[in-house]
Design a protein around this ligand. Structure first.
Ligand code: UDP
Length: 251
């Protein structure tokens, strides 16, 4: 156990608050019950969502760390708190798609449910005011957010995470349709997985159900007003719990 004290709020996002601690090497993340969709035009409070996403993310970070994926994750404290290494977040939403869904099908003539082999990598500039626009290679170069080597490392890490997550979720009888991750640089310049991996940030379909609405176990239940959001997240937790190391406890 490592003791620490939570200090000032560094950042408040839609689903989490990030706090400094009295230790330079430790940042505390609080997972909130707030649910938002469509760039926060749709909002609700879903009791228990924060705890579920904190636990699911911790389990997945434990799994990915054991598989050799570098992450910011250090452990959990209580139900809603995660301790992580401080990182400089790269302002890019990194999306990997194994099956066509969501914005891809709204923007291109690709039918929902089409298998994408090889998986498709989409990068979006992380800026709510601009609506997180899709980046092109030329725009990325113009923004100069990353060197060509760093971009290559980011892409490789995203595909490695996809491979590991697909294996994990298949063991849980879940199909990983797509997901978003955020990456960050540590103080020593290492590129690591940050933020969260949860049903808020992944599309997960129950392999045991063929009904196109019944099989959804992720935030699309909230986006599409399907109900049973917390129950679906609880089901994901139950399944990943059986396949991941127990989260390390801090505090
Ligand atoms: N996603 C996310 N945060 C965002 C945008 C997308 O976590 O701000 C996730 C989303 O849950 C899905 C994947 O990234 O698993 C791809 O989302 P998409 O681009 O299809 O957008 P959406 O249909 O969610 O608007």
């Amino acid at each position: 156990m490592t003791s620490y004290r939570v200090q000032q709020l560094l950042h408040e996002g839609k689903a989490k608050r990030v706090f400094a601690t009295d230790r330079d090497d430790l940042v505390a993340v609080e997972f909130k019950d707030d649910a938002t969709a469509f760039n926060a035009q749709k909002k609700a409070q879903l009791q228990g969502k924060g705890a579920l996403n904190c636990r699911i993310s911790a389990l997945i970070f434990e799994y990915l760390s054991a598989a050799g994926v570098p992450t910011h994750y250090l452990g959990v404290d209580g139900t809603n708190w995660m301790l992580v290494r401080p990182v400089q977040i790269v302002p890019i939403e990194v999306v990997v798609r194994n099956v066509a869904a969501g914005s891809l099908c709204r923007q291109l003539p690709i039918a929902a449910g089409t298998a994408l082999q090889p998986p498709l990598l989409d990068l979006y500039y992380k800026d709510d005011a601009l609506g997180d626009p899709l980046l092109t290679e030329a725009r990325l170069q113009r923004l100069a957010l990353l060197s060509p080597q760093q971009l290559k490392a980011l892409e490789q890490l995203a595909f490695q995470i996809n491979d590991e997550l697909r294996t994990l979720f298949e063991r849980c009888r879940l199909q990983l349709v797509d997901f978003k991750v955020e990456l960050g640089f540590t103080a020593t310049g290492e590129l690591v997985l940050a933020d969260e991996i949860s049903p808020d940030t992944c599309r997960l379909w129950d392999r045991g159900q063929s009904d196109p609405k019944g099989r959804i176990l992720d935030k699309d239940r909230f986006r599409q007003d399907l109900g049973g959001v917390i129950e679906a997240y609880g089901e994901v937790l139950k399944r990943v719990q059986g396949q991941c190391p127990k989260p390390r406890v801090y505090g």
